[in-house]
Structures are given as structure tokens and as C-alpha cells.
Design a protein around this ligand. Structure first.
Ligand SMILES: NC(=O)c1ccc[n+]([C@@H]2O[C@H](COP(=O)([O-])OP(=O)(O)OC[C@H]3O[C@@H](n4cnc5c(N)ncnc54)[C@H](OP(=O)(O)O)[C@@H]3O)[C@@H](O)[C@H]2O)c1
Length: 329
């Protein structure tokens, strides 16, 4: 069987994780790497054993051999290059956040429809068995009605020149890591918040380096989260229902084995999950879509709701007041 050829735009550090996952894929391979610098592209291709290098992103998109484009560019370039890739007839796996505004996501949806190519946001956690099984437990009523959820994602950002600290590039900890607990809460509760409130601490470069938010969902459930570039590495997520609580210490980037605890009726039950590779699921999900088996797990409409929520949280933090996403009944 011919393997699907994937190309990468930019020599980003995160690509190394995808490259190691791709080695486990039987249906696809990384065929090309494009950089703004031909030297960087050649060096990256040599280092990671990628057959083809290109001295511009446009050159990769012009190559008919490339089937799928992986986009790990700074956040402000996600929408632009996703749309250019779709216009070139390529399917796209784009890093989170898919875009920085609702209009950008709507433009991606239009381009995907017009050019009949898939685009999907690279939230790797969504493809893990851990995530799908927890969602199933909730939908099966294991913890009763979900009342409350809370999550954290923080790390110490110690590279002053990092793209995450550049406001014009869509920097900020909410865009970078806060997008995970927001997405997790939306997925587990199964709705978009009706109302949100955000609080931020802005650092010297002008981006949020600490952000906390709360979200009220139409079903009545409430959620809270925190994210930061200035707190030690930490993640967790907890979902509380009127009959039990699920605690997930590594919800977003678990290692090969991860543990989840269900507290119910005075008893504690532990579940263990194994994942072959954190980033393989999103690759195989896109391969399945391109090969006509099923649409991507993360639809563009789903990403639209996340981007809408993140923008409302930023708006709330700026204006120092709650923001409604759904009109009050
Ligand atoms: N899913 C995950 O687990 C995960 C983890 C980390 C990051 N990410 C996401 O992946 C993306 C990249 O993050 P990263 O930390 O890997 O990025 P990075 O190492 O800083 O690389 C970004 C790449 O973008 C290209 N680029 C184009 N215009 C640029 C500009 N004006 N300034 C800087 N670079 C520019 C550069 O490639 P060339 O110079 O070669 O063109 C650069 O190597 C972000 O959207 C981030 O949110 C996701």
C-alpha cells in the first residue's frame, strides 16, 4: 500500500515528537520539511531522515507528492497556512490553537468545504484511550450528573525569546496551555459555556503569564481552570458528579502508562491506561480521514467552539467582567 506523504511547515521543536510517532505508522511517513531558510530545512531533513527539503512553505505546498501538511508554526500563522494548504489541495493537521479568532476558523471551514480537504486541530489528548474511556464513563452516568470540573496546566517558560511570549504571534499561557483544560471541560461536559469569567496576570512582554478562568455551562455545570508560564510543571483534571468524582493526574500529556481514580460511594477504584505514543493517535486519525474511513475526530465546528470560548475568556479578563456566549434565557 502506498504510504501517505506528510510535509511539515517550519522546523519547530514539537515536530520531533510527531516524527517519532510517525515511525510507528504503517500508513504514512514524513516526506518533506519546509523552512524559511533552505539551510535549516536541509539540516532538519538530514537530522530526521526526511527525504525532501524545501526552501519555502509555498514550495512544499506546490509539490503534488505531499498529501497531508502538519502545521506547527507560531499561533498567528495557523489560520493563514491552514487555508493556503487547503487551497493547494492538501489535508491539514494544525497545532493548537487552530486559530486566534472565530472569523479565522470560519474561513478555514469555508476553505475546507470549497477544496474538499480535511483540516483538524492537533489536540493529541483527544485521541487517547484514557480520554475516550473517561468520556464514556461520564456519558454512562458513572458519576451521576456532572456538577463541577476543574483543571490545571502550568510550566516554567525559561526561554525569553520564545514565540509564546510574543503578543503579535498569539502568545500567552491561555492560548498555549489553558486551551487544554478549556477543551477538556467542554468535551467532558459536552457543551460550550454559556458564560465565562477570566483573570490574568500579564508579564513584561505583554502576554498573559498566569490566567485563571471559570465557565458556567447551559446544563448547570460549573468549571474552573488555571494555567501559567510561571508555575512549576503541573497538570490535573477532576470531574465531580452528584454520585462520584473522577481524578485524572495526567489528562493532557500522559506518559506511556497513566492512572485515573474513581471515587464513588466511599470506595476508590484505580484505572490504568497504556498509550503506544502520545502523538500517534492524531496522525492515524488524519490518515483515516484521508483514506475515506471516517471524518477527523476533532471537527472544525468543535475547534470553533474552543476558539470562541478562549476569546471570551480573554475579553472578560481585559474588560474585568463576565462575558456571555449564549444569550440568557
Ligand atoms: N501539541 C503539543 O503537544 C504542542 C507542544 C508544543 C508546541 N505546540 C504548538 O506547536 C506550535 C509550535 O511550537 P514550538 O514551540 O514547537 O515552536 P518553535 O520551536 O518556536 O518553532 C516554530 C517554527 O515556526 C517557524 N516560524 C515561522 N515564522 C516564524 C516567526 N515569525 N517566528 C518564529 N518562528 C517562525 C520557524 O520555522 P522555520 O524558521 O524553519 O521556517 C520555527 O522553527 C505552537 O502553535 C504550539 O502551540 C504543541
Amino acid at each position: 500500500m502506498k504510504k501517505l506523504n506528510w510535509g511539515i511547515l517550519g522546523t519547530a521543536r514539537i515536530s520531533q515528537k510527531l516524527i517519532s510517532a510517525m515511525k510507528l505508522s504503517k500508513r504514512s511517513q514524513f516526506y518533506g520539511i519546509a523552512s524559511r531558510s533552505s539551510q535549516n530545512a536541509e539540516a532538519f531533513a538530514r537530522q530526521w531522515n526526511i527525504p525532501k527539503s524545501y526552501s519555502s512553505y509555498e514550495a512544499l505546498l506546490a509539490d503534488p507528492t505531499v498529501d497531508v501538511v502538519y502545521i506547527p508554526l507560531p499561533n498567528h500563522l495557523h489560520a493563514e497556512w491552514t487555508i493556503k494548504s487547503l487551497e493547494a489541495g492538501k489535508h491539514v493537521l494544525c497545532e493548537k490553537p487552530l486559530a486566534l479568532s472565530v472569523i479565522e476558523v470560519q474561513n478555514i471551514i469555508n476553505a475546507s468545504r470549497q477544496h474538499r480537504c480535511f483540516a483538524s486541530e492537533a489536540f493529541m489528548y483527544r485521541h487517547l484511550k484514557q480520554t475516550t474511556q473517561i468520556k464514556q464513563m461520564i456519558d454512562n452516568g458513572e458519576i451521576g450528573n456532572v456538577t463541577y470540573a476543574r483543571g490545571s496546566f502550568s510550566f516554567m517558560l525559561d526561554r525569553p525569546e520564545d514565540i509564546r511570549l510574543v503578543s503579535l504571534y498569539g502568545g500567552g499561557c491561555l492560548w498555549d496551555v489553558g486551551c487544554y483544560p478549556v477543551s477538556y471541560a467542554r468535551v467532558m461536559i459536552g457543551q460550550t459555556p454559556a458564560e465565562v469569567e477570566g483573570f490574568q496576570q500579564v508579564g513584561p512582554s505583554g502576554v498573559d503569564e498566569f490566567f485563571i478562568g471559570q465557565m458556567a455551562f447551559p446544563c448547570g455545570a460549573l468549571a474552573q481552570f488555571d494555567c501559567s508560564f510561571r508555575l512549576p510543571s503541573y497538570t490535573c483534571f477532576e470531574i465531580r458528579g452528584d454520585q462520584g468524582t473522577i481524578h485524572i493526574p495526567l489528562p493532557f500529556n500522559p506518559s506511556s502508562t497513566s492512572n485515573v481514580t474513581l471515587h464513588k460511594q466511599g470506595k476508590t477504584k484505580n484505572f490504568s491506561f497504556r498509550a503506544p505514543h502520545l502523538y500517534l493517535g492524531e496522525i492515524e486519525d488524519m490518515n483515516s480521514a484521508v483514506l475515506g474511513e471516517k471524518p477527523p475526530l476533532i471537527s472544525l465546528e468543535d475547534s470553533l467552539e474552543n476558539v470562541k470560548t478562549l476569546n471570551a475568556l480573554y475579553q472578560s479578563a481585559r474588560q474585568r467582567q463576565p462575558v456571555r456566549l449564549i444569550a440568557a434565557p
